[in-house]
Design a protein. Structure first.
Lengths: 502, 117
């Protein structure tokens, strides 16, 4: 290797000796412009392992996985906040227009057939009561209108007339009507119950509701054996206390005017003579352990027709009752509770469920609702477990209503290979009552609105300013067909979607 | 804070029972069903009587150190009688017929002379 430099010249140029110079990093590259061999024969540069550094003495050389640093997640919202958001019910939209000339549900309007197809608003003072019985569901579209209102459809008018006849003096006074409301998804079953409650409140009835039957069977609340005599019947105290508090806060005005009129041996210590029924029910809310016996006492009081001896003082006749249950199918199967032997508990073994289902059967001596009233049990189409026995039972109810004899071959029977639950079928198998005022179980199937009702409903959207559209018969007919023949839930969806027209 | 069998539980879900050695999902849910406690119950919500019942039931069961001792005794018995399983335990090799060409780390770790649980 011949150097192109004269070393003596270089040493003269730089006064510092070469050995003291720091090794230059660029030196090989500078040499490369003249020679390539030094770069070529140089030892391969070590790859720098800048992260770990050189392996230390007696250290594992296998690849080490770096631990991931935990990323900062946003803190979850406090307990219960998400649930309240999910369950929040908004009943008013200040941006929507006020609909002029909208009437409220009242004793006159609920029977007025001229109002068919129009929207009746829910009276403002009643909304607190309806909220108390949890008549509104978060999935319903109340939040797009100025104030809540419901369509008067054929079934609503029939229901209004029925409630009117039961409360007024006539031949139907004190009649007990039992109905199971079914229908496809979005046909307004829950709103039908809401309308019934609103009408019942206007007529000063007592309203008892179970808005979410599912909550009773998913084993999220405490349970206990009812008593030592019947250990396979279970009582749910917290749920019963919640039912009592719903009933009290919704019917406070009515219950305050009624007084205890029957002896209650279970609750002898806590019941004072002359106590109002409101105070009686509050006993169960304060002490959930006694909630079931308090509910039993309240029920006997509300179904009493005359005072027991010794309790004649200020006895007022009891008002009719509306019992509304929404989403019945959850009660037709095994619950998530377990018995002490670790067997699943059938929902009918829960005393709460059993009470409400036994109302479907005719009473032994008197009517189940001797002061009159309506049982309205609705099924749900969006949240309902498939239960073959229940399907058969409903078909049988419909057949009995149509007058088909049980012995006839047309009477629907359960397929023996499909394991229908016999208890469910028996629960709906109610013979004709011996009391004339007590009806047997009927099946009411809700379908779509008629075109006229649909037009009224869509006009309500337009008058609320949600729909900018020229509403004529042709257009309504189109939407009516699109909504599967006037299914009101679908109509509402269409009305929302067509909000702006360019 | 609730004491069950002398152990202090924070007021959490009743999964807490599974904190005991020898109680898994099945035993704990059977135990809860026996005293009519729903599965989503929190320890803090239990009535005093239920806590006492659970404690009584747990004290009858063979759990925690008793169970550990029993397992160790069983292994010891196998070793003393000179069975194949006992020998494998003593040698620190897999006991149940696994191959030993590779992957016997668990056996090496667990099957010591003085086994701990």
């Amino acid at each position: 290797m011949v150097s192109s430099f004269c070393w003596s010249c270089l040493t003269r140029l730089r006064s510092t000796p070469r050995a003291l110079l720091p090794p230059s990093v660029t030196a090989p590259r500078a040499a490369a412009s003249f020679h390539t061999s030094s770069a070529r024969y140089a030892l391969p540069t070590k790859k720098k392992n800048s992260l770990d550094g050189p392996p230390k003495y007696r250290e594992a050389k296998s690849a080490r996985m770096k631990k991931k640093k935990p990323t900062d997640r946003p803190r979850p919202p406090p307990v219960g906040e998400r649930r309240t958001l999910r369950k929040r019910i908004v009943l008013s939209n200040p941006n929507a227009l006020e609909v002029e000339g909208m009437q409220d549900i009242s004793a006159e309007t609920m029977v007025d057939s001229r109002l068919r197809g129009s929207i009746l608003g829910l009276p403002i003072p009643m909304i607190a009561q309806l909220r108390a019985v949890q008549a509104f569901k978060p999935t319903q579209g109340w939040s797009i209108f100025r104030r809540p209102g419901t369509v008067v459809r054929r079934e609503t008018l029939e229901l209004g007339r029925l409630i009117d006849r039961i409360s007024s003096d006539g031949e139907d006074k004190g009649k007990a009507v039992k109905k199971i409301v079914t229908g496809a998804r979005g046909t307004g079953k829950t709103v039908h119950l809401l309308q019934a409650m609103a009408m019942a409140f206007t007529k000063k009835w007592v309203v008892v509701t179970v808005p979410e039957p599912q909550d009773l069977v998913i084993a999220n609340t405490g349970y206990a054996s009812l008593s030592d005599e019947n250990p396979h019947v279970y009582v749910q105290n917290e749920v019963t206390a919640a039912l009592l508090s719903r009933t009290v806060s919704a019917n406070e005005e009515v219950l305050k005017k009624l007084h205890v009129s029957q002896p209650h041996p279970d609750l002898k210590s806590s019941i004072k003579p002359g106590m109002t029924l409101e105070a009686l029910a509050k006993l169960g809310i304060q002490d959930p352990a006694a909630a079931w016996s308090v509910f039993g006492a309240l029920w006997t009081e509300l179904t009493a027709t005359s005072p027991a001896s010794g309790f004649e003082k200020n006895f007022n006749s009891r008002p009719p009752m509306l019992v509304a249950v929404d989403g019945l199918a959850h009660w037709m199967r095994n619950s998530a509770y377990k018995s002490a032997e670790f067997e699943p508990v059938h929902a009918h073994d829960l005393v709460f469920v059993n009470h409400f289902l036994s109302l479907l059967k005719p009473g032994s001596k008197q009517s189940t609702l001797p002061n009159g009233g309506i049982l309205l049990y609705a099924t749900s189409a969006s949240n309902s477990p498939t239960e073959y026995g229940f399907e058969v039972a409903l078909k049988q109810v419909a057949a009995r209503q149509a007058g088909v004899k049980e012995s006839s071959p047309e009477f629907p029977q359960a397929d023996p290979y499909l394991r229908a639950d016999q208890r469910v079928i028996d629960a709906f198998n109610s013979p004709k009552s011996s009391v004339a005022k007590e009806g047997s179980v009927e099946l009411q199937t809700l379908g779509g609105l008629t075109r006229e009702e649909a037009r009224g409903f869509l006009e309500y959207f337009a008058r609320s300013g949600l729909l900018q559209e020229n509403i004529n018969d042709e257009w309504v007919g189109e939407k009516w067909s699109l909504a599967g023949g006037g299914v009101i839930g679908e109509l509402e969806r269409l009305g929302r979607r067509l909000r702006t027209v360019a | 804070m609730v004491f069950i069998l002398g152990v202090n539980f924070p007021e959490r879900n009743l999964k807490s029972l599974e904190a005991f050695f020898g109680i898994g999902n099945n035993t704990s849910s059977r135990l809860l069903a026996r005293f009519h406690i729903h599965p989503t119950c929190k320890v803090g919500e239990l009535a005093n009587k239920q806590v006492l019942d659970i404690t009584a039931a747990l004290s009858d069961m063979k759990i925690e150190n008793d169970l550990r001792r029993q397992v160790l005794d069983d292994i010891k018995r196998l070793k003393e009688t000179g069975t194949y399983r006992g020998r494998r335990h003593a040698l620190g090799l897999p006991v149940r017929g696994q191959r030993t060409r590779s992957q016997i780390k668990t056996a090496v770790k667990a099957n010591r002379m003085e086994r701990r649980m």
